[in-house]
Design a protein around this ligand. Sequence first.
Ligand code: SF4
Length: 65
Amino acid sequence: MHLYYKGEDDGMPTITYLYMRSAVEETMAVFDDTVKKIMKKDFRRWAGDSMVCKECDFRFYCRGK
Ligand code: SF4
């Protein structure tokens, strides 16, 4: 299975890993949880890494950090 992501300037913009149904379901559950929080306007959490926030497109709007 390959995951392609945007924004990679150096190297390969993909991550390759074995498909495991349980891993996919766990990942989907994390996304579902995040969507539920967004729908409830629960924005209390932040990335936990200022280097991530520094590159984030939402840094000028974010109140989480
Ligand atoms: S700036 Fe806000 S939205 Fe962006 S990574 Fe940091 S905490 Fe997340």
